[in-house]
Write a protein that binds this ligand. Structure first.
Ligand code: MLT
Length: 404
């Protein structure tokens, strides 16, 4: 008789955004006349930039001719995209990352969930609290998280690093030593940012204790202030302790196109074994590469026209972020984030729990947000709104909030 992976049974409920999706569908079915504004999941709403559309069209035409047709992509990614990323995201910032240290994939969500596979199951993970749920859930599935305590909403073998108003939503070094450290900056969900000096402390710490930092840089394009690192490789010593995850979803609107990358420097080793070799082996075995058409679209992100158009797109979303931030402040809410990230983090009013506020906002203003407690125990009493809606909906949402 076959057996299942019982670690899956330990997972409480369903994936956060699936639960929210179902609640919203139920509400809409019961109230078909109401117009719901979705500021929950961080899904983009603006069309792909013209330079990207042009690249997609060209690539589609290439696929129509035998001479220019492309079959399986190289499993680690096309050289043209790996080079564009190494040059555009790293070398241009003075970081020593080469094209063969870039692994192309179909998105950072998959990579952030899959990367734990190359580590032993007895590694101890540390996560920010609140945190993007994929990091924890995938470690639960792998049997690395221990047992779940429903009262505390914590896992016995996970080190939680609280990110609260007191520490400006930037964690302190953990008391217990982890093997794997997940960091995401600019942060999802709190919208906070880390300075280069602060990140350097984490890099020094990881090198000292022999831990690996899994650094999710999905939101780096939203950084607007100086002194905030766009990549962990701006820090000295990061090549020996850090893996970086990159996404095209938020900087180029690829949530429905799917493209991402994982950077593993060849200096990152466990004894004599490079993590680069392990990830290459995994990629080769389990993955057949992101589509040629999509990788050509990704290359266009680094073209002059692409860069200019995407800067405008990001400015559009950041205008939404300012609108939400100010709108909430004016309505008397305690707010943070929204300055270097497309997320605004607010304290729920009047001691409401995060889910109570979710229901309240949906019921009274027909606005969907994300309950902070869905991201971990320190998210309780908080709520996340995303700047990825249309400007018109964002303004309308703030008007509705002012009126409740
Ligand atoms: C979020 O809303 O937290 C993100 O959009 C989810 C994701 O990127 O997978």
């Amino acid at each position: 008789m076959f057996k299942i992976n019982e670690n899956y049974l330990k997972l409480p409920g369903s994936y956060l955004f699936s639960t929210i999706g179902r609640k919203v569908e139920a509400y809409m079915e019961a109230h078909p006349d109401q117009s719901v504004i979705r500021l929950g999941i961080g899904d983009v709403t603006q069309p792909l930039a013209p330079a990207i559309i042009d690249a997609l069209h060209l690539a589609v035409d290439e696929m129509a001719e035998a001479e220019t047709f492309h079959g399986y992509a190289p499993d680690l990614g096309y050289e043209f995209l790996r080079r564009a990323m190494a040059e555009g995201d790293y070398q241009a910032r003075g970081c020593e990352i080469t094209a063969d240290e870039v692994f192309i994939s179909d998105g950072a969500k998959c990579d952030s969930g899959n990367i734990q596979e190359i580590f032993g199951t007895d590694n101890k993970i540390a996560v920010c609290d609140p945190v993007y749920p994929v990091y924890v859930d995938t470690n639960v599935m792998a049997g690395r998280a221990g047992t779940y305590d429903p009262a505390a909403d914590t896992w016995s073998d996970v080190i939680y690093m609280p990110c609260t108003a007191k520490n400006n939503f930037v964690p302190e070094l953990p008391k217990e030593t982890p093997d794997l450290l997940y960091l995401c900056f600019p942060n999802n969900p709190t919208g906070s940012a880390i300075t280069k000096a602060q990140l350097q402390e984490w890099v020094d710490y990881a090198n000292k204790v022999g831990a690996v930092i899994i650094y999710d840089a999905a939101y780096e394009a939203y950084i607007s202030e100086p002194g905030i690192p766009h990549t962990i490789y701006e820090c000295e010593g990061a090549r020996t302790c850090a893996i970086e995850l990159r996404s095209f979803s938020k900087n180029a609107g690829f949530t429905g196109v799917r493209l991402g990358a994982t950077i593993i420097p060849k200096d990152l080793k466990c004894g004599e074994i490079t993590l680069h070799t392990l990830w290459a082996r995994r990629h080769g075995t389990k993955y057949n590469g992101a589509p040629y058409i999509v990788q050509k679209a990704g290359e266009a992100v680094y073209s002059q026209a692409g860069k200019a158009q995407l800067a405008e797109q990001i400015a559009y979303y950041m205008k939404n972020a300012r609108t939400i931030y100010q709108g909430l402040k004016d309505a008397g809410y305690q707010v943070s984030g929204g300055m270097n990230a497309p997320y605004i983090w607010l304290k729920t009013p009047g001691q409401m729990t995060s889910w109570e506020f979710f229901d309240f906002l949906l019921e009274h203003a027909q606005i969907v947000g994300t309950p902070g407690s869905g991201f971990g125990p320190s998210g309780e009493g908080y709520f996340r709104l995303t700047a990825f809606g249309s400007y018109e909906n964002t303004v309308a949402a703030m008007e509705r909030i002012r009126q409740i």
